[in-house]
Each structure stands twice: as structure tokens, then as C-alpha cells.
Design a protein around this ligand. Structure first.
Ligand SMILES: NC(=O)c1ccc[n+]([C@@H]2O[C@H](COP(=O)([O-])OP(=O)(O)OC[C@H]3O[C@@H](n4cnc5c(N)ncnc54)[C@H](OP(=O)(O)O)[C@@H]3O)[C@@H](O)[C@H]2O)c1
Length: 242
């Protein structure tokens, strides 16, 4: 078996029913993994990848996560692509206009949800297994109206560095996607969304936003590369050098 294959590995994608997570699941299926997808509601009505097993689970609930992992037993690789949409919460705004309750909901849905998944996964994670978290390019790129979003994403990367040391030989990495066309922007009015996309495309050296499958490859690489831990992978179209 090739070192890169995921054949017979159990891969869990928390947040895999849509967007980037769904593409992570799709690639893992192609590479021969037994893929499990966990998310809250959409799994009931929409199961777009027939080879995966779907679980209804809320990463905001420790009880829900414990039930999920007791069903899975042992897991080789966990990828997390959960978040609360910043666009839906309206926290892509200035500090003056920031609704702090909404900002805290974002932190809970993105940082603490991923932390809860890590905590629940550890007793079930294979000794040579890996966990890959999601942050975002705004952790380090300066972007208008991104102060709260940036802070949460940077905290994920800081936490992962600590955890990489704590959890070794199990591996811990982060993917920091650039702006990517996914369902997360469905909450925005179409004209505002288009303006946002054009603004990002103008600054990014590759002159466009990302496709979900391009970002998904970084999560799969983090599973495959047995010598990768404590790192942040930056598929951002070059935005960090813009
Ligand atoms: N798209 C971008 O431009 C971009 C940029 C930077 C960073 N990122 C990060 O990349 C990751 C993936 O983003 P995306 O755009 O692919 O997101 P998305 O299209 O909104 O999909 C999010 C997924 O997470 C699930 N989810 C949300 N909350 C959950 C919870 N509490 N428990 C379980 N599942 C939950 C959703 O399903 P349910 O609603 O059914 O639960 C869905 O499957 C996120 O962490 C995001 O912050 C994205």
C-alpha cells in the first residue's frame, strides 16, 4: 500500500455536509478511506456523497460529540470544517459597530467547537492519527472589518501549535483557507457577495477566489504526510504575500 493512500483508514469530517468539508470527504473516499461525515441538520435532507456515512451531530454540544465518537470507536484522521458563518452573524464589521454577543457566538462556533471535537476525539484517535483544524487567511492577512474574525482564527493557530507538542506522536495541523466559494456566503445579499468576491480577487495574486476542492487538498495532505505536525497550511492564492 502506498504511504499516501488512505485505504481502510477511518476519516471523520466534522462539518463535511457542505463546502470545503464535503470536498475533503470526496477526496478521502477517492483515496479509499472509510469516510464519516458529521454535521447538524443538513445530513437529514441532503446526503451528497453516497459512499460516506452520515451522522447528525452538533459540535457545540459535548453530549452530541460523545455519542458520535462512541459510535465510531477508533478514528485515524479527523478534519474539522465547522464554523458559524461570520456573514450570517454580521460580524464582518468595524469595532465600533461590532455586536459582541454575535462575535462571541462566532468564537464558540469556530474556536470552541473545534476544541470540543479535539477533546472528544482524543480517546478514539489512532496512535499515528491526525487532527486538522480550520482557521482562515484573516488570522494573518489584514482585511477590512475582520478584527473579530482575525482574532478567532489566530487563536486556533496558536492553540494548535501547543496541541501539536502535547499530542505527539499524534499529529495536529491547521488549514487557513483563503476566500473560497462555498455555501457560507449564501447568507449575503447577492450584490454584496459579488462586491466582496471582486474586492478579494483584486488583492489576491492569483486574481480569483478559491474553489472548495482546491482548499480540500490541503486537509488531505495533512492526513497523508506522516511528518507534518504543528503547521499551518496556507492555500490562500498568495494573499499572505499580497
Ligand atoms: N469559505 C471561505 O471563504 C472560508 C475562508 C476562510 C476560512 N474558512 C473556514 O473553512 C471552514 C469551512 O468553511 P466552508 O466555507 O466550507 O463552510 P460552510 O460551507 O458554511 O460549511 C460548514 C459546514 O459545517 C457544518 N457545521 C456548522 N456548524 C456545525 C456544528 N455546530 N456542528 C456540526 N457541524 C456544523 C455545516 O453543516 P450543518 O449546518 O448541517 O451543521 C457545514 O457542513 C470553516 O471553518 C471556515 O471558517 C472558510
Amino acid at each position: 500500500m502506498s504511504a499516501y493512500e488512505l485505504k481502510n483508514k477511518t476519516v471523520l469530517v466534522v462539518g463535511g455536509s457542505a463546502g470545503i468539508g464535503l470536498e475533503v470527504a470526496r477526496i478521502a473516499v477517492e483515496l479509499g478511506a472509510n469516510v464519516h461525515i458529521a454535521s447538524r441538520g443538513k445530513t437529514k435532507v441532503n446526503q451528497p456523497l453516497s459512499q460516506a456515512t452520515y451522522h447528525e451531530c452538533d459540535a457545540k454540544s459535548e453530549v452530541s460529540l460523545a455519542a458520535l465518537f462512541s459510535k465510531l470507536n477508533r478514528v485515524d484522521h479527523v478534519a474539522m470544517t465547522v464554523h458559524e458563518s461570520a456573514a450570517r452573524l454580521g460580524i464582518d464589521t468595524t469595532a465600533e459597530k461590532m455586536n459582541l454577543s454575535a462575535a462571541m457566538e462566532y468564537a464558540d462556533g469556530k474556536f470552541w467547537s473545534q476544541y470540543r471535537v479535539v477533546k472528544a476525539a482524543l480517546p478514539h484517535l489512532a496512535p499515528d492519527g491526525s487532527i486538522t483544524l480550520s482557521s482562515g487567511v484573516a488570522s494573518r492577512a489584514t482585511m477590512a472589518n475582520h478584527s473579530a474574525i482575525s482574532a478567532v482564527n489566530a487563536s486556533i493557530e496558536a492553540c494548535a501549535r501547543q496541541l501539536a507538542k502535547e499530542l505527539a506522536p499524534r499529529r495536529m495541523n491547521v488549514v487557513a483557507p483563503g476566500v473560497t466559494a462555498t455555501t457560507t456566503y449564501d447568507a449575503m445579499p447577492a450584490d454584496a457577495r459579488e462586491q466582496f468576491v471582486q474586492r478579494i480577487a483584486a488583492v489576491v495574486p492569483l486574481k480569483r477566489i478559491a474553489r472548495a476542492e482546491e482548499i480540500a487538498l490541503a486537509y488531505v495532505f495533512a492526513m497523508q504526510c506522516g511528518y507534518l505536525t504543528g503547521t499551518v497550511l496556507d492555500p490562500s492564492g498568495g494573499q499572505l504575500v499580497a
